[in-house]
Design a protein around this ligand. Structure first.
Ligand code: SF4
Length: 212
């Protein structure tokens, strides 16, 4: 379910709508007019859809940064990207008030248990975004000290890049929002006609990986 903002229209049109609302409240609208009035203003859905819609538009990320990627992450609350548009701007200082962990940087083996503990302390249902090459795949480093996040906790969305631009993180956040609202994206292959170009062909009946 997507809420779309539309221009109010001319002042006369706005006034006409006000008058119709007044008539409806007075009980002056009847028959087809009343039917049309209700159809234009009422939507029905299931309670689960309403919950998912609200949940996907009101996440509280944890105030948490690991390395250089965190600088890019901080900028998403600024005026340029303004993540408040999606209800994600209230970064919380305690994991007990947060339901989204953005892993913005390198995770060392020494740090992994700390990150896992923070994740365990967060509210259910909770989500995680691995931001950048380091937390997704150990990044550009070839040493024993870095560990990808998937090795020690569940990750919902990976955002590639070193560092990913804030716009890329926004895309990851919107992807996560779609997943939470039970409307996962088709993945770039289906959107751009690239089905059949996979290096590893999924087994028959295997679930499709989002973003593939
Ligand atoms: S992906 Fe690049 S920018 Fe992000 S933490 Fe690793 S080295 Fe830094």
């Amino acid at each position: 379910m997507e809420v779309v903002r539309q221009p109010v229209g001319s002042p006369e049109e706005f006034r006409a709508r006000q008058l119709r609302a007044r008539d409806m409240l007075r009980g002056d609208l009847e028959g087809d007019e009343l039917e049309q009035y209700v159809q234009e203003r009422v939507i029905t859905t299931t309670l689960e859809h309403a919950f998912d819609w609200a949940r996907g538009n009101s996440m509280f990320p944890l105030t948490f940064g690991l390395a250089c990627c965190a600088i890019e992450m901080m900028s998403i609350v600024g005026a340029r990207l303004d993540i408040a548009r999606f209800g994600f701007e209230a970064f919380r200082a305690s994991p007990r008030q947060a339901d989204l962990l953005i892993l913005s940087g390198r995770v060392s083996i020494k740090m992994a248990p700390v990150v896992r503990r923070i994740y365990d302390q967060m509210l259910e249902p909770k989500y995680a975004i691995a931001m950048g090459a380091c937390s997704s795949s150990m990044g550009v480093f070839n040493n024993y000290a870095i560990v990808p996040a998937d090795k020690f906790m569940p990750v919902d969305v990976h955002v590639p890049g070193c560092p990913p631009r804030p716009e890329a993180l926004m895309h990851g956040i919107i992807t996560l929002r779609s997943m939470v609202q039970d409307d996962p994206s088709l993945g770039w292959r289906r959107r751009y006609g690239g089905v059949g170009t996979e290096e590893v062909v999924p087994a028959a009946g295997a679930p499709e990986t989002p973003g593939a």
